[in-house]
Ligand binder design. Structure first.
Ligand code: PXL
Length: 278
């Protein structure tokens, strides 16, 4: 038997809704074989509050080596990389590989408030990693930050941001409009065409890991041979279902439900796609 393989290079989110855990659960839902490189462990403790425990570069290298040597990679995504050293290492490794399906989620701050990228790492992210991406998937604060605190208040603003971000070198840019008022509209741009992906707004605070899950779903779609727009459209349905049936456990921002897509009605994840030239 052989199935497609997707790799996530990201942080472990002990709470289970985001990071590595979200990615592997999502890959499993797509029936794609998931592998992982853990860059840091994110877990809050009574003593320290929110804690981040970075892994050594040696540990990161070893994980990448063994996955590449023994399993193989049809698509990969990056999530929380945390330091400029890790970003540079991963960017270098990608540049030397002949991989084509590269999803970069420029993770910066988690919904539980943790800083998932050090301040001095932004330049490496912009100059070294984003140019190698098949697709980047910033949310509004990330897109704004990458563009020098550009104000983003409307779909038109998201389109301008997508155009500017594409100048950094990625083939596709997906700017997610989750923080707009009104429907949840994301903008996908390929250098010529915009695709507006619209889903109804779901009234919930439990969206921890939504960005990770969305980009993992895109990665799994690419691993299975879908085109980028096809992967994004399928992933938007997947994340819409996961948010609609998001979970609330004991405390804090609850996770999305990674197994929701396909379990409930098709009407729960209807996505409208509008294509425009400019
Ligand atoms: O959702 C962003 C995110 C990414 N990666 C890790 C996280 C979080 C948020 O909690 O913990 C490891």
């Amino acid at each position: 038997m052989m199935i497609q393989r997707a790799l996530t290079i990201a942080g472990s989110a002990a709470r289970g809704g985001a990071g590595i855990q979200a990615d592997l659960k999502t890959f499993q839902e797509y029936d794609v074989f998931g592998t992982s490189v853990i860059t840091a462990i994110v877990a809050s403790s009574e003593k320290t509050g929110t804690g981040i425990f970075p892994q050594t570069l040696e540990a990161i290298e070893a994980q990448l080596y063994t996955i590449d040597k023994d399993i193989g990679i049809d698509a990969l995504k990056t999530g929380m990389l945390f330091t400029k050293e890790v970003i540079s290492y991963v960017a270098d490794w990608i540049a030397k590989s002949n991989l084509t399906n590269i999803v970069v989620d420029p993770v910066m701050i988690g919904k539980m408030g943790s800083a998932l990228l050090q301040e001095d790492a932004m330049t490496a992210m912009k100059m070294e990693l984003l140019p190698l991406a098949t697709i980047i998937t910033p949310n509004m604060p990330e897109a704004s930050y990458l563009l020098g605190n550009m104000e983003l208040n409307s779909v038109e603003d998201l389109k301008v941001a997508a155009k500017k971000l594409r100048e950094l070198g990625p083939k596709y840019v997906l700017v997610k409009g989750g923080r707009l008022v009104g429907p949840a509209i994301d903008v996908l741009y390929d250098g010529e065409q915009f695709y507006l992906l619209e889903a109804p707004r779901i009234d919930t605070v439990n969206t921890n890991g939504a960005g990770c899950t969305y980009s993992a779903a895109i990665t799994a779609g690419l691993a299975k041979g879908l085109t980028v727009p096809e992967s994004v459209i399928e992933a938007k349905k997947f994340i819409t279902a996961a948010i609609r049936y998001s979970l609330s456990f004991k405390d804090g921002v609850g996770p999305t439900y990674h197994a929701a897509y396909g379990k409930f009605s098709e009407d729960d994840c209807t996505v409208t796609i509008v294509k425009t030239e400019k």
